[in-house]
Design a protein around this ligand. Sequence first.
Ligand code: G7T
Length: 287
Amino acid sequence: VDQPLVPKQFHLGMFEIGRPLGKGKFGRVYLARERGTGFICALKVLYKSELQQGTGVEKQVRREIEIQSNLRHPNILKLYGHFHDSKRIFLILEFAGKGELYKHLRRESRFPEWKAAQYIAQMAAALKYLHRKHVIHRDIKPENILVGIHGEIKISDFGWSVHAPNNRRNTLCGTLDYLPPEMIKSGSKDNWYNEKVDLWSLGVLMYEFLVGEAPFEDTPIMTHKRIARADMTIPEWVSKEAKDLIKKLLVLDPEKRLPLEEVQNHPWIIKHCVKGERATNREKPAK
Ligand SMILES: Cc1cc(NC(=O)CCC(=O)c2ccc(F)c(C(F)(F)F)c2)ccc1-c1nn(C(C)C)c2ncnc(N)c12
């Protein structure tokens, strides 16, 4: 694939800044076009003052950029490069033409099984790629997923949370819904660095795609309790194949969760994602 944004040294003058796309997690995001090639991208502006000061973070930022720059997968938001001035860090990222997945989910309230299956298949492929590179996402949720111009999903903010200054704040303030049992139980944290945490969150994501709300959604205290017991009910109108896959991912013992290869070969995925006669009829013709 030709890499349009090749130069190692970027600077602000190289870009025409377009409309603001919104506020991202750490900064403002603008549509931008690289003057030379006309390449469209998303430019994220972060204020150094907002990133925790102190040497630790600078190192982490560099490591984060290092990890993200050499990841290349169709379902992972590409970081093309970065540059900074005295006050700001600029990230040049892939433009996701259809914006935030969670907005689509809220608007449609829940996804039909064929669409949910396609998204979960893409997530499994992206997570398999990340895990092969020893990157654990640890923050899989609809808010961290964008949609590309062709409807394909793009995971972002990956690895970022593994290296993020895991001050309890951003873990506690964010939703508990997606945290696996091993991350809410106190005690040994070594399970936090096991990639199986992403399998649990994939199960939570699949449930939320199909049902429109997270499986353990409740008051924080109750969510905590219900996650620790994997206490959820799946509505009877969910297909039995989908129920089967959810139950094989939302398993308390990390070692017993269905591996990504088997997720990709699960009957529910095969039924909806294999092109041609076996795929069930869909609203949209197969691309
Ligand atoms: C631009 C954009 C970026 C991201 N993800 C990230 O930036 C991850 C964090 C990161 O890569 C990172 C890497 C190194 C590093 F040092 C730091 C640090 F420490 F400095 F913070 C952070 C997620 C989404 C969007 C986004 N947002 N939008 C609109 C919906 C607002 C969009 N609409 C269309 N296309 C889009 N791409 C977006």
